[in-house]
Write a protein that binds this ligand. Structure first.
Ligand SMILES: Cc1ncc(COP(=O)(O)O)c(C=O)c1O
Length: 439
C-alpha cells in the first residue's frame, strides 16, 4: 500500500520493541503529549512527575520559555555556523557565561556533542598536556571500579561500570585502576571508608610508574553506577594531593553532577582543596534541550595545549559548534541564574532529610546523596514493584546500576532543580506511600 507520493503508507505508528537496539529494560508504557516543568502530560489526560529529570538531564524542567526564546532568536539569525565557517560568537558567549557560572572564570573550553565525547576530548587533552609539559609519553588514565564515563569503545573500556564493561578481548587492554571509596567496592573490617582510601590511587599510580600516568579521571560524587555515593570528607582533597605530588592531572567527570545537580555549581564545591585541572560537563548544561558537552581546562594546563610542541587543538566537531545548541545552553543558564538559590538549597535539604527518613520504610535499605541527587537502595528483587507503585502514584524514577555482590538495586531521585515546594512535597508524599505499599 502506498500513499499519493508513492511512499509506503503508515496508518498508525506502532512502536516495535524489537527495532530498538539500545536498551533491554522494559519500555515505559506512557505516551507524552505535553510538558510543563517537571510534569509530563500523558495522552489519557493525566500527568506524571519526572522524578529523575529524564536521564538526569532536564535540570530546568521542560517547555522553558527562556530556552525557547533563545533558540528562536538564534534560529532566525542563522542556524548553522561553526568556528571554521563564521565567527562563533554565540559559542564564545556560552563559554564565557559557563566558566563564570561554575566559578572557573579563567578556564579555556572545548565544546563537544555529548558527555562521552567530552570525556574523550579530556583524555586527549590530558595526554597532550603531560606529553608536552614533561616531554614524555604519559598515556594511562586511571578510573575507579564504580564509574561510568560514556559509551564509546575507549570510555567503556576505561570505566568500572560492570553492566557495560566490554568483554576482556574488546577492552583495548584497559580497565578501572583503583577501588571507589564506597562500601560495596572497598569493604573494611572495622571502619568505614575515609580520606585514606585515596591512598589506593597513590599505590595504583606508583605501580604503573607516575611517568606513565597522564590523569586520574573521577566522578566527584558517584552518579548512576552504584547510585549517588558521596565520597568521605577529605577524599577528593587527598586525591588531588596525591596526583599533584606525582604530576598526574585530575579530571572531574561532572557530566551528571555538574550545573547545580548536587546543590552547588560543581559537586567538587562541597569540599576544599580539590579543584581539578579539567572538568567535563554535559547533561545539566543542555538540560535535555540539546545534546552538548564541555571540557573546561585550567589556565595552568591550557597553556600547554597551546604550546608550539602540542598536537593540534581538538576539533569542535561538526555539531559541537552548533549555534542552536549554544543558544539552548544560554537559555538554560538564564533559567539557572534566575533561581532563588536560598529556596533551592532549602528544597534540596528538605528532599535529602525526607528521603533519609524513609530508610527502613518498606524495602528501603539505604539512602545517600546531596542536593538534588539521591540514590535509594532497596531490598534485592523489590526494585520493579517499587517502580510500578511509584508510577501508579504519578511519578517515575531512573534505576541505578548496582554495585557489590550480590548487586545492589535501587533508583535515583533527582527531580528538576526548578521543582517547586509543592512538587517536592508531592514527590516525598507519593514516594513514601509507594514504598509503604511494597513489602
Ligand atoms: C558520569 C558520566 N559520564 C559520562 C556520561 C556519558 O554522557 P553521554 O551519555 O552524554 O554521552 C554519563 C552518562 O550518563 C555519565 O553519567
Amino acid at each position: 500500500m502506498s500513499n499519493e507520493k508513492g511512499l509506503p503508507r503508515v496508518d498508525r505508528y506502532a512502536p516495535s520493541r524489537e527495532r530498538l537496539l539500545t536498551s533491554s529494560r522494559p519500555l515505559p508504557d506512557f505516551e507524552v503529549v505535553g510538558t510543563q516543568g517537571p510534569w509530563l502530560h500523558l495522552a489519557g489526560g493525566t500527568r506524571i512527575f519526572d522524578g529523575s529529570s529524564g536521564l538526569l538531564c532536564t535540570n530546568v524542567g521542560q517547555s522553558s520559555p527562556k530556552v525557547h526564546a533563545r533558540i528562536e532568536r538564534q534560529f532566525f539569525r542563522y542556524s548553522f555556523g561553526a568556528a571554521a565557517v563564521v565567527q562563533p560568537h554565540i559559542q564564545m558567549e556560552l563559554m564565557e557565561r559557563l566558566c563564570r557560572a561554575v566559578g572557573r572564570p579563567d578556564d579555556s573550553v572545548a565544546l563537544t556533542t555529548c558527555g562521552t565525547l567530552g570525556v574523550e576530548v579530556a583524555v586527549g587533552l590530558a595526554r597532550n598536556i603531560t606529553r608536552v609539559r614533561d616531554r614524555k609519553v604519559r598515556g594511562d588514565i586511571l578510573t575507579s571500579t564504580l564509574s561510568y564515563h560514556g559509551m564509546s569503545a575507549l570510555t567503556l573500556a576505561l570505566a568500572g561500570n560492570h553492566a557495560r564493561r566490554p568483554r576482556p578481548e574488546d577492552a583495548l587492554g584497559l580497565g578501572p585502576g583503583f577501588p571507589a571509596p564506597y562500601p560495596p567496592t572497598h569493604p573494611h573490617e572495622e571502619r568505614d571508608c575515609d580520606a585514606s582510601c585515596a591512598d589506593e590511587i597513590a599505590r595504583a599510580i606508583d605501580r604503573r610508574g607516575p611517568q606513565n600516568v597522564a590523569a586520574v579521571l573521577i566522578e566527584p560524587i558517584n552518579g548512576t553506577t552504584g547510585g549517588a555515593f558521596v565520597p568521605p570528607d577529605g577524599y577528593l582533597r587527598r586525591v588531588s594531593e596525591i596526583c599533584r605530588e606525582r604530576d598526574v592531572l585530575v579530571i572531574h567527570d561532572e557530566v551528571l553532577t555538574g550545573m547545580w545537580r548536587t546543590g552547588t555549581p560543581l559537586a567538587s564545591h562541597h569540599w576544599d582543596g580539590c579543584v581539578p585541572d579539567l572538568v567535563i560537563l554535559s547533561k545539566g548544561l543542555g538540560a535535555g534541550y540539546t545534546s552538548v558537552g564541555a571540557v573546561l581546562v585550567s589556565p595552568e594546563m591550557a597553556r600547554w595545549v597551546r604550546h608550539e610542541d602540542a598536537d593540534p587543538l581538538p576539533a569542535m566537531g561538526t555539531m559541537a559548534s552548533h549555534p542552536l545548541m549554544a543558544a539552548a545552553c544560554l537559555g538554560v543558564l538564564d533559567e539557572l541564574e534566575e533561581m532563588d538559590f536560598a529556596a533551592f538549597t532549602a528544597r534540596g535539604e528538605r528532599l535529602g532529610e525526607a528521603l533519609t527518613s524513609l530508610k527502613g520504610v518498606g524495602p528501603v535499605q539505604n539512602v545517600r546523596g546531596r542536593g538534588f541527587l539521591y540514590g535509594v537502595e532497596v531490598t534485592p528483587g523489590r526494585l520493579w514493584p517499587v517502580m510500578k507503585a511509584a508510577e501508579e502514584r504519578g511519578m517515575f524514577f531512573y534505576p541505578f546500576t548496582g554495585a557489590g555482590e550480590p548487586k545492589s538495586e535501587g533508583f535515583v531521585v533527582a527531580p528538576p532543580l526548578t521543582s517547586t515546594d509543592q512538587d517536592i512535597e508531592f514527590l516525598i508524599t507519593a514516594l513514601s506511600d509507594a514504598l509503604g505499599a511494597v513489602t
